[in-house]
Design a binder for this molecule. Sequence first.
Ligand SMILES: N[C@@H](CCC[C@H](N)C(=O)O)C(=O)O
Length: 278
Amino acid sequence: MEFTKGHGTGNDFVILPDPDGTLELTPGLVAALCDRRRGIGGDGVLRVVRAAHHADGVALADEAEWFMDYWNSDGSAAEMCGNGARVFVRYLLESGLAAPSGAVLPVATRAGVVRARVEGEGVAVEMRRPRLAGASVAGLGGLALPGTAVDVGNPHLVCPVPAGLELSALDLTRAPEFDPVVFPAGVNVEFVTVGDPVDGADGHVRMRVYERGSAETHSCGTGACAVAAVALRDGGRDTGVVAVDVPGGRLVVTLTARSCWLSGPAVLVATGEVSPGW
Ligand SMILES: N[C@@H](CCC[C@H](N)C(=O)O)C(=O)O
Protein backbone atom coordinates (compact mmCIF):
# COMPACT_ATOMS: atom_id res chain seq x y z
CA MET A 1 0.00 0.00 0.00
CA GLU A 2 1.48 3.35 -1.09
CA PHE A 3 1.11 6.41 1.08
CA THR A 4 2.12 10.06 1.25
CA LYS A 5 2.39 12.03 4.47
CA GLY A 6 1.28 15.65 4.43
CA HIS A 7 0.16 18.45 6.72
CA GLY A 8 -1.51 21.85 6.81
CA THR A 9 -0.35 24.00 9.75
CA GLY A 10 0.58 20.82 11.61
CA ASN A 11 -2.76 19.05 11.06
CA ASP A 12 -1.23 15.89 9.60
CA PHE A 13 -2.60 13.21 7.35
CA VAL A 14 -1.77 9.85 5.85
CA ILE A 15 -2.77 10.14 2.19
CA LEU A 16 -3.77 6.90 0.46
CA PRO A 17 -4.07 6.98 -3.32
CA ASP A 18 -6.92 4.66 -4.34
CA PRO A 19 -8.26 6.10 -7.64
CA ASP A 20 -10.49 3.12 -8.43
CA GLY A 21 -11.74 2.51 -4.90
CA THR A 22 -10.27 -0.98 -4.51
CA LEU A 23 -8.65 -0.49 -1.09
CA GLU A 24 -10.48 -2.12 1.84
CA LEU A 25 -10.22 0.73 4.30
CA THR A 26 -11.59 -0.20 7.72
CA PRO A 27 -11.75 1.80 10.98
CA GLY A 28 -9.11 -0.57 12.40
CA LEU A 29 -6.72 0.01 9.50
CA VAL A 30 -7.19 3.80 9.72
CA ALA A 31 -6.48 3.80 13.47
CA ALA A 32 -3.39 1.60 12.97
CA LEU A 33 -2.00 3.85 10.20
CA CYS A 34 -2.56 6.95 12.34
CA ASP A 35 -0.87 5.41 15.41
CA ARG A 36 2.15 7.64 16.13
CA ARG A 37 4.24 4.85 17.65
CA ARG A 38 3.29 1.74 15.72
CA GLY A 39 2.04 3.21 12.47
CA ILE A 40 2.83 6.17 10.21
CA GLY A 41 1.14 8.69 12.46
CA GLY A 42 -1.48 11.28 11.65
CA ASP A 43 -4.57 13.15 12.79
CA GLY A 44 -6.48 11.41 10.02
CA VAL A 45 -6.46 9.58 6.70
CA LEU A 46 -7.28 11.08 3.31
CA ARG A 47 -8.20 8.42 0.77
CA VAL A 48 -7.88 9.82 -2.77
CA VAL A 49 -10.61 8.11 -4.77
CA ARG A 50 -12.57 9.00 -7.90
CA ALA A 51 -16.01 10.26 -6.86
CA ALA A 52 -17.56 7.78 -9.28
CA HIS A 53 -15.92 4.93 -7.33
CA HIS A 54 -17.08 5.81 -3.83
CA ALA A 55 -20.60 5.36 -2.48
CA ASP A 56 -20.49 8.76 -0.71
CA GLY A 57 -19.08 10.55 -3.77
CA VAL A 58 -20.93 9.08 -6.71
CA ALA A 59 -23.81 11.59 -6.57
CA LEU A 60 -21.23 14.40 -6.96
CA ALA A 61 -19.24 12.76 -9.77
CA ASP A 62 -20.66 15.15 -12.38
CA GLU A 63 -19.28 18.12 -10.42
CA ALA A 64 -15.93 16.78 -9.19
CA GLU A 65 -13.66 13.98 -10.42
CA TRP A 66 -12.09 13.36 -6.99
CA PHE A 67 -13.67 12.49 -3.63
CA MET A 68 -11.87 13.22 -0.34
CA ASP A 69 -12.67 10.18 1.82
CA TYR A 70 -11.67 11.64 5.20
CA TRP A 71 -11.29 9.54 8.37
CA ASN A 72 -10.32 10.70 11.87
CA SER A 73 -7.42 8.95 13.63
CA ASP A 74 -9.81 6.87 15.78
CA GLY A 75 -11.26 5.32 12.61
CA SER A 76 -14.47 7.38 12.45
CA ALA A 77 -15.40 9.02 9.15
CA ALA A 78 -16.19 12.76 9.14
CA GLU A 79 -18.13 14.96 6.76
CA MET A 80 -15.44 17.53 6.11
CA CYS A 81 -11.85 18.49 6.87
CA GLY A 82 -10.69 21.96 5.82
CA ASN A 83 -6.95 21.38 6.18
CA GLY A 84 -7.40 17.92 4.72
CA ALA A 85 -9.02 19.39 1.60
CA ARG A 86 -6.10 21.79 1.16
CA VAL A 87 -3.51 18.99 1.53
CA PHE A 88 -5.64 16.72 -0.72
CA VAL A 89 -5.46 19.30 -3.51
CA ARG A 90 -1.70 19.70 -3.07
CA TYR A 91 -1.44 15.91 -3.47
CA LEU A 92 -3.68 15.82 -6.58
CA LEU A 93 -1.51 18.44 -8.25
CA GLU A 94 1.90 17.09 -7.26
CA SER A 95 1.01 13.49 -8.16
CA GLY A 96 -0.32 14.56 -11.56
CA LEU A 97 -3.85 13.29 -10.82
CA ALA A 98 -5.11 16.81 -11.53
CA ALA A 99 -3.61 19.40 -13.82
CA PRO A 100 -2.53 22.75 -12.42
CA SER A 101 -4.61 25.47 -13.98
CA GLY A 102 -5.61 29.01 -13.22
CA ALA A 103 -9.13 27.85 -12.46
CA VAL A 104 -10.49 26.44 -9.23
CA LEU A 105 -10.36 22.67 -8.72
CA PRO A 106 -13.55 21.04 -7.39
CA VAL A 107 -13.27 18.29 -4.76
CA ALA A 108 -16.21 16.20 -3.56
CA THR A 109 -16.57 15.64 0.20
CA ARG A 110 -19.29 14.22 2.43
CA ALA A 111 -20.33 17.84 3.03
CA GLY A 112 -20.66 18.61 -0.69
CA VAL A 113 -18.26 20.01 -3.28
CA VAL A 114 -15.54 22.45 -2.21
CA ARG A 115 -13.39 24.43 -4.64
CA ALA A 116 -9.65 24.97 -4.30
CA ARG A 117 -7.01 27.23 -5.78
CA VAL A 118 -3.26 27.30 -5.33
CA GLU A 119 -1.86 30.43 -3.70
CA GLY A 120 1.96 30.21 -3.94
CA GLU A 121 3.09 27.76 -1.24
CA GLY A 122 -0.43 27.54 0.07
CA VAL A 123 -3.78 26.19 -1.00
CA ALA A 124 -7.12 27.90 -0.37
CA VAL A 125 -10.45 26.08 -0.34
CA GLU A 126 -13.87 27.63 -0.74
CA MET A 127 -16.54 26.08 1.45
CA ARG A 128 -20.03 27.12 2.28
CA ARG A 129 -20.51 29.79 4.92
CA PRO A 130 -20.47 28.49 8.51
CA ARG A 131 -23.97 28.44 10.05
CA LEU A 132 -24.18 29.85 13.56
CA ALA A 133 -26.63 27.65 15.41
CA GLY A 134 -27.15 29.00 18.92
CA ALA A 135 -25.61 28.66 22.34
CA SER A 136 -24.21 25.61 24.10
CA VAL A 137 -21.65 24.88 26.81
CA ALA A 138 -18.38 22.91 26.95
CA GLY A 139 -17.12 21.44 30.21
CA LEU A 140 -13.38 21.38 30.80
CA GLY A 141 -11.61 20.50 34.03
CA GLY A 142 -14.55 21.62 36.18
CA LEU A 143 -15.11 24.83 34.18
CA ALA A 144 -18.31 25.46 32.25
CA LEU A 145 -17.43 27.46 29.12
CA PRO A 146 -20.37 28.94 27.21
CA GLY A 147 -19.99 28.97 23.45
CA THR A 148 -21.65 29.04 20.05
CA ALA A 149 -22.58 25.96 18.05
CA VAL A 150 -21.46 26.28 14.42
CA ASP A 151 -22.11 24.00 11.46
CA VAL A 152 -19.30 24.02 8.88
CA GLY A 153 -20.48 20.81 7.26
CA ASN A 154 -19.15 19.18 10.44
CA PRO A 155 -20.12 20.26 13.98
CA HIS A 156 -18.20 22.80 16.07
CA LEU A 157 -18.56 24.54 19.42
CA VAL A 158 -16.62 27.81 19.69
CA CYS A 159 -15.87 28.83 23.28
CA PRO A 160 -14.15 32.09 24.27
CA VAL A 161 -11.68 31.56 27.11
CA PRO A 162 -12.62 33.70 30.12
CA ALA A 163 -10.44 36.73 30.97
CA GLY A 164 -7.60 35.79 33.29
CA LEU A 165 -7.23 32.28 31.88
CA GLU A 166 -4.39 31.59 29.39
CA LEU A 167 -5.18 29.50 26.32
CA SER A 168 -1.93 27.62 26.97
CA ALA A 169 -3.11 26.72 30.49
CA LEU A 170 -6.06 24.64 29.29
CA ASP A 171 -5.69 20.92 29.79
CA LEU A 172 -6.75 19.33 26.50
CA THR A 173 -5.39 15.89 27.28
CA ARG A 174 -8.99 14.92 27.98
CA ALA A 175 -12.06 15.40 25.83
CA PRO A 176 -14.23 18.38 26.77
CA GLU A 177 -17.77 17.57 27.85
CA PHE A 178 -20.62 18.71 25.62
CA ASP A 179 -24.40 18.44 25.38
CA PRO A 180 -25.24 15.28 23.40
CA VAL A 181 -28.73 16.62 22.69
CA VAL A 182 -27.22 19.56 20.77
CA PHE A 183 -24.43 17.43 19.28
CA PRO A 184 -25.75 13.88 18.88
CA ALA A 185 -22.86 12.93 16.57
CA GLY A 186 -20.16 14.55 18.75
CA VAL A 187 -18.45 17.90 18.23
CA ASN A 188 -15.10 19.60 17.61
CA VAL A 189 -14.49 22.16 20.37
CA GLU A 190 -12.47 25.36 19.80
CA PHE A 191 -11.13 27.49 22.66
CA VAL A 192 -10.48 31.06 21.60
CA THR A 193 -8.84 34.31 22.70
CA VAL A 194 -8.66 37.62 20.81
CA GLY A 195 -5.25 38.56 19.34
CA ASP A 196 -3.60 41.91 18.56
CA PRO A 197 -4.59 43.61 15.27
CA VAL A 198 -3.00 42.12 12.14
CA ASP A 199 -2.40 44.10 8.91
CA GLY A 200 -4.96 43.29 6.24
CA ALA A 201 -7.31 41.44 8.60
CA ASP A 202 -10.56 42.63 10.18
CA GLY A 203 -10.03 40.30 13.11
CA HIS A 204 -7.33 38.19 14.76
CA VAL A 205 -7.94 35.27 17.09
CA ARG A 206 -5.89 32.50 18.64
CA MET A 207 -7.38 29.07 19.14
CA ARG A 208 -6.73 25.57 20.41
CA VAL A 209 -8.95 22.72 19.35
CA TYR A 210 -10.03 19.33 20.63
CA GLU A 211 -11.19 17.43 17.58
CA ARG A 212 -13.88 14.81 17.55
CA GLY A 213 -12.16 11.54 16.69
CA SER A 214 -8.59 12.86 16.84
CA ALA A 215 -8.12 14.57 20.28
CA GLU A 216 -6.10 17.83 20.45
CA THR A 217 -4.57 18.68 17.06
CA HIS A 218 -2.23 21.49 16.03
CA SER A 219 -4.80 22.94 13.67
CA CYS A 220 -8.34 22.51 12.38
CA GLY A 221 -9.41 24.26 9.18
CA THR A 222 -13.15 23.95 9.62
CA GLY A 223 -12.62 24.99 13.25
CA ALA A 224 -10.82 28.13 12.07
CA CYS A 225 -13.79 28.94 9.82
CA ALA A 226 -16.20 28.46 12.73
CA VAL A 227 -14.08 30.68 14.99
CA ALA A 228 -13.78 33.38 12.30
CA ALA A 229 -17.55 33.47 11.78
CA VAL A 230 -18.09 33.93 15.54
CA ALA A 231 -15.36 36.61 15.75
CA LEU A 232 -16.95 38.59 12.92
CA ARG A 233 -20.42 38.26 14.46
CA ASP A 234 -19.04 39.48 17.80
CA GLY A 235 -17.61 42.48 15.93
CA GLY A 236 -21.02 43.22 14.42
CA ARG A 237 -20.15 41.99 10.91
CA ASP A 238 -20.85 38.95 8.82
CA THR A 239 -18.19 39.32 6.15
CA GLY A 240 -14.48 40.05 6.44
CA VAL A 241 -11.00 38.59 6.84
CA VAL A 242 -9.86 36.92 10.07
CA ALA A 243 -6.33 35.70 10.89
CA VAL A 244 -6.59 32.57 13.02
CA ASP A 245 -3.47 31.47 14.90
CA VAL A 246 -3.36 27.80 15.82
CA PRO A 247 -0.50 25.94 17.56
CA GLY A 248 0.75 24.87 14.09
CA GLY A 249 0.81 28.29 12.43
CA ARG A 250 -1.60 30.78 10.86
CA LEU A 251 -4.73 30.25 8.78
CA VAL A 252 -6.61 33.06 7.09
CA VAL A 253 -10.39 32.88 6.74
CA THR A 254 -12.30 35.16 4.38
CA LEU A 255 -16.07 35.24 4.72
CA THR A 256 -17.96 36.69 1.79
CA ALA A 257 -21.71 37.04 1.44
CA ARG A 258 -21.79 33.70 -0.39
CA SER A 259 -18.96 31.54 0.89
CA CYS A 260 -15.97 30.97 3.14
CA TRP A 261 -12.35 30.75 1.95
CA LEU A 262 -9.76 28.98 4.11
CA SER A 263 -6.11 29.73 3.19
CA GLY A 264 -2.81 28.43 4.51
CA PRO A 265 0.19 26.25 3.82
CA ALA A 266 -0.30 22.71 2.50
CA VAL A 267 2.83 20.56 2.57
CA LEU A 268 3.70 17.05 1.37
CA VAL A 269 6.40 15.54 3.59
CA ALA A 270 7.25 12.07 2.29
CA THR A 271 6.05 9.21 0.15
CA GLY A 272 6.52 5.54 0.92
CA GLU A 273 5.10 2.07 0.99
CA VAL A 274 3.61 0.27 3.98
CA SER A 275 5.63 -2.92 4.66
CA PRO A 276 3.72 -6.00 3.49
CA GLY A 277 4.02 -7.81 6.85
CA TRP A 278 2.92 -4.84 8.96
N1 LIG B 1 -8.97 18.84 11.12
C1 LIG B 1 -10.09 19.01 10.31
C2 LIG B 1 -11.41 18.50 10.79
C3 LIG B 1 -11.42 16.97 10.80
C4 LIG B 1 -12.76 16.36 11.12
C5 LIG B 1 -13.19 16.54 12.54
N2 LIG B 1 -12.30 15.92 13.49
C6 LIG B 1 -14.61 15.98 12.69
O1 LIG B 1 -14.78 14.84 13.16
O2 LIG B 1 -15.54 16.69 12.34
C7 LIG B 1 -10.14 20.34 9.61
O3 LIG B 1 -9.06 20.83 9.24
O4 LIG B 1 -11.22 20.85 9.32
